[in-house]
Write a new protein. Sequence first.
Length: 679
Amino acid sequence: MDVNQYLDIFIEETRENLLILNNSLLQLEKEPEDKATLNEIFRVAHTLKGMSGTMGFTKMQSLTHDMENVLDALRNDEVSITTELVDTLFKCLDALENYLNEIINTGSEGSEEFLDIIESLNKVLNVETKDNVQEEVNENTNESMLTTSNFELDTYEKNVIDKAIEMDMNVFKLTVVLNEGCLLKAARSFIIFQTLENHSDIIHSQPKIEDIEDEKFDFEFTVVIVTSMEESVIKNEICSISEVEKVFISPLEINDAEAYAAITEDKEANPSKDEQKKTVKSKKTGEVKKKADKKAKTGKTVRVEIDRLDVLLNLVSELIIQKTRLEGIKGLEDNQEYNETLEYLKRITTNLHDAVMKVRMVPIETVFNRFPRMIRDISKELNKKIEFTMTGEETELDRTVIDEIGDPLIHLLRNSIDHGIESVDIRKEHNKDEVGKICLRAYQDGNNVVIEVEDDGNGIDLDKVKNKAIQRELISEEVAKSLSDKDIIDFLFKPSFSTADKVTDLSGRGVGLDVVKTKIENLGGIIEVVTEKNKGSRFIIRLPLTLAIIQALLVYIGSETYAIQLNSINQIINITTDDINMVNKQEVILLRDKVIPIVRLEDVLGVVREEEKDDNQLTVVIAKKGDKLCGFVVDGIIGQQEIVQKPLGKILSDIKIISSATILGDGNVALILDVNVLM
């Protein structure tokens, strides 16, 4: 069998399991006594071992096998959880991620074997490192030989069977013998179990299902099933599966199970009849329903490559452009049929656009989930105690935004740990809890998603920032005296600007916040900072929900049409030249007791006019960026329109005041102004 056809599925499912493993290890470190978390970690390691073994990735299989041994010892209380052991398990996670990355890039696991990690795992159990998993599998195979006539049922299984018989259901003992030439016994057994679950409930398995998945059995196994089907139907279904040599099926007799004679009639072990009925009902309907729900959910979910969604979005974009062109056709305004058809087309394109955008939306937890481990490792490296919390992980963003926002958040979180949170001694001096708090939250605000990174550290030392700016000759001491707190904070986003006293692996090189600001503005967002000395800091990022199709205000300057994103516009006003004043060589207007600078876009864009315009009457579009306002003088307003953003290409990529372009209904191109840069 060619397993390469399953490689993509293996990669996706391994990613999901490694994410679960990461989160579970973090939880286990907080609550070492949590058996449920420990069992979840064991389950993931077991799953990864089976998957990698099936695909032929023996290094991954070997590592997860040794992990499984240690985890099983933990579950049985043979060893205890220590910080060193958790660190080793995290190293295992890193090694598995390394193997996965190699598989993604090259198709193989690579040459690294991480023998030091395997040695650390085996030291926990005081055993020598095995050369490979297969040796142990071979050693244990003979121990897994079945005795199909002698197996034990626990109290729960017995009660279920008793009540099933009371409800006139069939209880069968089924022994399946595989062909001795069967190469993938575990895979074949999986098909058999899946077939049985379609017609029955599996009450008991000998050997255990885990051993069957690991191929720790010869060529036969026995199960006890509860079903409403006849034994001939069950037998025929199983016999039709390839590699099955024989099937023995018969009603379960009391003498078949030793446990029947051994079980006492203890009240605690035997629930009331009502409870027993509920148990059987749960077993027959409840658990089956859960399985069905899970299967149904899985069946209704498909993985789609983002490139295919991009193609679909482009087609929707073209449809919107054609709709806009139809709206611009002159001479049909009085045609009722045309108007009705156009209105219907508008609704269809709007609904189609919304549907496509929802498909592209991804919960931000796909980004957030990588941070708890990072916080843990850095806090240990810096010897700081940090409590990290996340909220709003279910908030959704467009996939294109999700892919880009990870790195800026890493910079902000690292800054919070390194610059924000003080050492334990300093926090005690300031009468603070020795455990610093960092919170990462996300929430939707209108057409934007807001992401906040907040810490209760020492805040930003504004005097230190200002002195550093003077020292670097970015401003004079005279100008520095008149700067607002916001103006001072803005220096932190300058390239190569750093207030760190020394260069470390985490900070001091002046690379970070300028990259953060650039990346966020490229995504059409803004970043704000709120800080208080010795209280903490809060970095606030505002991002558009989507980048592809937006609502915009069309304006004209000279003979050209330009677009401004609607969500960045505060209001539109008309003024006269008498309303304009000069402050520090900057034109400003006074609007409701607030001084607002204005920018003449014709000068910025270098518009050449064919005829003179009336300079006395001016139309001003007031734009907002956080709490900051700025007015842009335009020649006139065309109106609001849904537009499709198109990239400018490499030739025009250096023009920072233009973010992208769109195609209008008449087929002409309009440039989309970048308000963040203009302000």
